[in-house]
Design a binder for this molecule. Structure first.
Ligand SMILES: [Fe+2]
Length: 148
């Protein structure tokens, strides 16, 4: 929960890098998803028709916000849509398997391809221009991009 008494809560003392912005938007997206869950749980937990209606309406507005953040991520992170499409295709394959339809053999996902590529290690020592997690580099990729 935010610390509303602290006027500096959530403030960052400098502008974010693009990678930091992408991570911040991912957190913003999860906050929208959390809000959707919270409002729907509260709507399910009441019999008051007006409260239920308002909670569901606000939950649906949060779904719109989630869509805005997802679209922003697609613009900021050039590979975002590829990963999302890979995930959607994997679910489609599973759905086809469950329905007995079979379907085409699934190709390796982008993440599986990335994890199979050899990773060249690069040593980062204290005192270098290491300003945070986005600088923890293994080869050309950040650790975060491998564990998303
Ligand atoms: Fe929202």
């Amino acid at each position: 929960m935010p610390e509303f008494a602290d006027p500096f809560s959530g403030m960052i003392p400098r502008k974010m890098t693009k990678e930091e912005l992408i991570r911040a938007i991912r957190l913003d997206l999860t906050a929208e998803e959390e809000a959707i869950h919270l409002y729907m749980a509260h709507a399910d937990a009441t019999d008051d028709p007006l409260a239920k209606k308002v909670l569901i309406d606000v939950a649906n507005e949060e779904r719109v916000h989630a869509g805005e953040f997802q679209r922003l991520l697609s613009i900021l992170a050039s590979d975002e849509d590829k990963f999302l499409e890979d995930g959607a295709r994997e679910v489609d394959v599973m759905q086809a398997e469950l329905s007995g339809a079979g379907g085409p053999q699934e190709e390796l996902s982008t993440q599986e391809e990335v994890l199979q590529e050899p990773v060249e290690e690069m040593e980062i020592t204290a005192g270098e221009n290491n300003t945070g997690p986005s600088k923890n580099i293994i080869g050309a990729r950040t650790i975060g991009s491998l564990i998303d």
